[in-house]
Design a protein around this ligand. Structure first.
Ligand SMILES: *Cc1c(COP(=O)(O)O)cnc(C)c1O
Length: 368
């Protein structure tokens, strides 16, 4: 039995009829950019996140860059971000003209550590907390520090669609939150797509301008913009999938509980937890083991599509090494050597999970 890290087939099948109908509607009108499906999705996603505005864009990396620009980040500003994030967070900061300032994470949840953030806050103009693996960063502590030092918050919400902290969703803590609808995210398109949500009307207006050639009305371009729009066909897919998202997130949470039960007695495997006040949407189920590379190899050789998110902390990649501090980031660096993402997706069966657990037990008995 081969078990993939992510199987998107079930989601595809559950929305197939609605997507086909929507595609036919768009094709009949040959209205491929903008239009009612994009507007409707933006309204529906804003409502889902409890924010006032949603602006659809081309992908999650653009969403972050445009959110930083719309929040007023300028050339040479310093922007704090967790050292263990996906590289796109750092890319967006540099593309917005700013200097990334990596910050270490807390050992329990691998989320931005407020105490570490506090050390760099006096020299930062913004912070990008990353809601990693499906739960929000400790936003109340981060917000208190940010307010004290006049640091703007732009959330990286690519991995937390549906997650909350004290019942507040993405966009409820920062000036804006950027999200990605890359196919494997909790809400995934049939290609690239992204969005920014915000409660600030001026920020929303600025985002629309930036994403559409800096244009406020046709052939008027008051400032440099970009071409980063949410594709209409992707909006059709996202509208259909958004209706199912809460159910799919509940399936993920059940699957996470199942792993916790199946692996409870395996002392070599450290299980992930949920931070206080958080509702977790389990974008990834990340355990920690010793001799991770050997364990991963054993899993992969036995048909279990486990993975690593992410093997190299941002400050150890070629592109961003120059932004790291000399003493490094010990928590993020140790985690990068131990983390292992187990297969988890809506529709994963108990049989599949039992097989993953059995092979993992075998692997840690051999190598752990
Ligand atoms: C996926 C992801 C992004 C980038 O999104 P794309 O749509 O692939 O550009 C940014 N940050 C994090 C944490 C992500 O997981």
């Amino acid at each position: 039995m081969n078990i993939p890290l992510v199987d998107l087939g079930l989601q595809r099948d559950r929305v197939a009829a609605e997507v086909e109908e929507g595609f036919a509607r768009v094709l009949a009108k040959t209205a491929f950019i903008g239009g009612p499906d994009v507007t409707a999705f933006e309204e529906e996603f804003a409502a889902f996140t409890g924010t006032a505005h949603c602006v659809g864009v081309a992908n999650g990396t653009d969403a972050l860059e445009l959110a930083l620009r719309a929040a007023g980040i300028r050339d040479g500003d310093h922007v704090a971000l967790p050292a263990n994030t996906f590289v796109a967070t750092a890319e967006a900061v540099v593309r917005a003209g700013a200097v990334p300032v990596p910050v270490d994470v807390d050992p329990a949840h691998l989320l931005l550590d407020p105490g570490e953030f506090e050390k760099v806050a006096p020299r930062c103009q913004a912070v990008v907390p990353v809601h990693l693996f499906g739960q929000l960063a400790p936003m109340k502590a981060i917000r208190a520090i940010a307010e004290q030092h006049g640091v703007k918050i732009v959330e990286d919400a690519a991995q937390c669609q549906g997650a909350t902290h004290d019942s507040t969703s993405m966009g409820g803590f920062g000036i804006a939150a950027a999200t990605s609808f890359y196919p494997g995210k909790n809400l995934g398109a049939f290609g690239d797509a992204g969005a920014v949500v915000t409660d600030d009307e001026d920020v929303a207006r600025k985002l629309r301008l930036l994403a559409n050639h800096g244009s406020d009305k046709k052939y008027s371009h008051p400032e440099l913009g970009f071409n980063s729009r949410l594709d209409t066909l992707q909006a059709v897919v996202l509208r259909a999938k958004l209706k199912q998202l809460s159910g799919w997130n509940a399936e993920r949470a059940l699957a996470a509980e199942t792993y916790a039960e199946l692996l409870a007695d395996v002392s070599e495997v450290r299980l992930p937890g949920t931070a206080d006040g958080n509702e977790h949407v389990w974008h990834l189920y990340v355990v920690r083991v010793h001799h991770r590379d050997e364990v991963l190899k054993h899993l992969n050789e036995n048909g279990v599509g486990a993975g690593i998110h992410y093997p190299t902390p941002v400050h150890r990649t070629g592109a961003f090494a120059k932004y790291g501090r000399p003493e490094g980031y010990p928590v993020a660096e140790l985690a990068a050597d131990e983390i292992l993402s187990l297969p988890l997706f809506p529709g994963i069966t108990h049989e599949q999970q039992a097989r993953v657990a059995a092979v993992l037990k075998e692997a840690v008995a051999l190598h752990g």
